[in-house]
Design a binder for this molecule. Structure first.
Ligand SMILES: *Cc1c(COP(=O)(O)O)cnc(C)c1O
Length: 354
């Protein structure tokens, strides 16, 4: 207890992000960053921005970026909200759209920031267990609720809910906001953005951190009916007028314009993912089907935390969650082909020992 703290601070349980080690020679496969650099075009416009306009405030509405995103997806710019990483967009959605009398529903195994926002904003919630195969079953959400949120593909499982099942949820819960957190959708899934014109209760959230290699820039966005977007704008403008700086706006616009580079790097990540999944399966791992830039896998004879520690000794970091149902799994980010080979070599050595 600290007498200078507000009572809220005493109750908070903050989110703990994956480790960002100071050591630079590690094979870093723990936080789902993209192994490829950002678009060269994005890097060039950001350098120019720094030289010319950094003394001026950025556009508080980031209109250029909203238009670029709207053009990219064939929607209107009033259907787009942008924020400082999708974590910030999520935070505003929790306060502005997901706080109701009835509980917010989300999967028991899911993005662990969701319960943290519920704690921060005092939001009632209930977790819905994934099936034994770690799938979301839309029927399990047939209970009274104030709103629903889930990542698609889910994190940290990587499993994709088909768009038809997302649509079923939207129909069955037409009085609830349904937020689909599509941080990993570009690695093989079909985005629910195509449904926003038909479902006024749908909000889709995406990020430039994973598929566009810009985790360090902090840009996320939401797409939905203009009235849902208005709720997010109200929260944002009660909190921070300038969440996106000049680098973020200009770099993000250029990243959307460089579609060829984006498609090529996504294709490479998916190809490496599918090869690694095969290899791990041959080595005896159970690998969940993944539509993301990571694999979720367990070895029947090896303790996951122990495996992670052995990999770490060999300068390879992967993510392990000390959570019921998944504490025997490792979440492995897809790296370059060279990093992936180092992982495979290390695992082969480790599995031969003992
Ligand atoms: C990485 C991730 C985010 C956060 O992305 P940022 O835009 O970097 O804040 C949100 N949701 C899920 C499910 C993620 O995995």
């Amino acid at each position: 207890m600290n007498r200078f703290w507000s009572s809220v601070v005493h109750t908070l349980t903050p989110y703990v992000p994956g480790e960002q080690p100071k050591q630079t020679d590690l094979v870093k496969l723990n936080t789902n960053e993209n192994p490829y650099p950002p678009s060269p075009q994005a890097l060039a416009v950001m350098a120019k921005e720094a030289a010319e306009t950094l003394r001026l405030y950025p556009d508080p509405n980031a209109d250029r970026l909203k238009h670029a995103i709207a053009d990219y997806y064939g929607i209107k710019s009033q259907q787009v909200f942008v924020g400082n990483g999708s974590d910030e967009v999520l935070a505003h959605a929790f306060l502005g759209l997901l706080k109701h009398e009835l509980p917010l529903l989300f999967p028991d195994i899911s993005y662990s920031f969701y319960p943290v926002y519920c704690g921060l904003y005092d939001i009632a919630y209930q977790t819905i267990p994934l099936t034994d195969q770690f799938e979301i079953d839309p029927d399990d959400y047939d209970i009274p609720n104030g709103a629903i949120i889930f990542p698609n593909p889910n994190a940290p499982t990587g499993r994709l809910l088909p768009l038809s099942a997302v649509e079923l949820l939207l129909k069955q819960h037409s009085d609830s906001v349904v937020v689909v957190d599509e941080a990993y959708i570009d690695f093989g899934g079909e985005s629910a953005i195509s449904l926003v014109d038909r479902y006024p209760n749908l909000l889709v959230i995406q990020t430039l951190s994973k598929s566009r290699s810009l985790a360090g820039l902090r840009v996320g966005f939401a797409v939905g009916h203009a009235e849902l977007i208005e709720a997010l704008e109200r929260v944002k403008n009660s909190f921070n007028s300038y969440p996106l700086d000049r680098f973020a706006i200009s770099g993000a616009v250029a990243a959307f314009e460089d579609k060829a580079y984006f498609e090529e790097t996504c294709r490479r990540v998916m190809s490496t993912r599918d090869q690694l999944a095969n290899k791990l399966t041959q080595m005896g791992f159970q690998v969940l089907p993944s539509a993301a830039n990571f694999l979720f896998a367990r070895h029947p004879d090896r303790d996951a935390e122990e495996l992670a520690a052995r990999l770490r000794e060999r300068s390879i970091i992967v993510r392990h969650f000390k959570q019921a149902r998944i504490d025997q799994f490792l979440r492995i980010t897809i790296g370059t082909d060279e990093q992936t080979q180092r992982l495979i070599d290390a695992l082969e050595l480790i599995l031969k020992q003992d």
